[in-house]
Ligand binder design. Structure first.
Ligand code: ADP
Ligand code: MG
Length: 293
């Protein structure tokens, strides 16, 4: 169990995290928010790489500052911009990361290490490419290798900071499925600004805005808070801008001269509007809308 107690982080005059308190039990947690919300700051503090200005991070009830190596052994981390060593093959890279993490370093553990590495490569679907140099890898393959690296040693806490950045839609889906299959008794934190990355796989979502935690709950709980505020309305396409100026809009489907709008508003926007099933994206659009309407 991971606990954040009143975490505040200031970079000179900028408050990047403002008194965030959270209790995270095992499962997949989506850390959602637009760029600048404070996601990486929170992740780097949890990873023990960045010192908070005030507050504490506890792992199973103990301050991580006093856990040291045993906390690092429990932790797998994929930073926002992970550099690989291009001249390594995938397998060599994982050997190197094992060495850095102090895993299977004793004499006689070589076989165990090789088996573990092969299993991790299999988990992220890189078995066929294990002995190719990573400089020939696509963005998605590099990210999946980054995940394999985070999984070495079977850590109880896995933190992924924007793992799908730069991936094409197929690679996104593959990565999502790979992570969903890992959940079990682990705590996985997935930071992203893309609702669809986490909507279907996260057990809990934390919404971060300007360094503050503005909502926590399961995707269904968060979406149901939008009941009665999401509408579907078909209008003449040329009126779209008028609606855009007055309402928060979700998807717009234009067919011929008509436009079907998804409107997020606390009242029925038009007598012909039909209530629609809310989703997490509707809440995201509403809460992060820059201009309040
Ligand atoms: P996110 O990961 O959600 O995009 P970050 O945690 O990277 O957000 O940044 C949160 C805020 O803190 C942003 O306004 C960012 O500009 C600021 N920030 C991040 N790192 C630093 C730094 N080293 N020095 C000053 N400001 C920073
Ligand atoms: Mg970030």
């Amino acid at each position: 169990m991971l606990e954040l107690q009143s975490i505040t982080k200031r970079y000179r005059s900028k408050t990047a995290l403002d008194d965030v308190s959270l209790l995270l039990e095992p499962g997949i947690w989506g850390l959602l928010g637009p760029n600048g919300a404070g996601k990486s700051t929170m992740i780097n503090i949890i990873a023990g790489l960045l010192a908070q200005t005030s507050g504490a991070v506890l792992w199973d009830g103990v301050n991580i500052d006093s856990l040291g190596a045993s906390y690092r052994a429990a932790l797998g981390f994929l930073p926002q911009s992970a550099g690989l060593y291009d001249y390594f093959t995938a397998r060599q890279y994982l050997r190197y990361m094992c060495a850095l993490k102090g895993l299977y370093t004793k004499p006689g553990e070589r076989k165990k290490r090789e088996l573990h590495i092969s299993q991790m490569l299999e988990t992220v679907n890189l078995t066929a490419d294990a002995d190719r140099r990573t400089r020939t890898f696509s963005g998605g393959m590099k990210q999946r290798l980054g995940i394999a690296q985070a999984l070495l040693g079977n850590p109880k806490l896995i933190i992924l900071d924007e793992p799908t950045s730069g991936l094409d839609p197929q690679e996104r889906v593959r990565l999502r499925n790979a992570v969903a299959a890992l959940a079990g008794s682990r705590l996985i934190i997935w930071a992203t600004h893309i609702v669809s990355d986490i909507e279907t796989i996260a057990h809990r979502v934390i919404m971060l805005k300007d360094g503050k935690c503005i909502a926590v709950g399961s995707p269904a709980e968060l979406a149901s808070g939008m009941d009665g505020q999401v509408w579907s309305l078909t209008i003449p396409a040329e009126k779209t801008d008028l609606y855009r100026a007055n309402y928060t809009l979700g998807n717009i489907i234009v067919s011929g001269s008509a436009a079907q709008l998804r409107i997020i508003h606390n009242e029925k926007p038009h007598p012909d509007a039909v209530s629609a099933e809310p989703g997490l994206e509707d809440l995201y659009l509403l809460r992060y809308e820059e201009v309040s309407k």
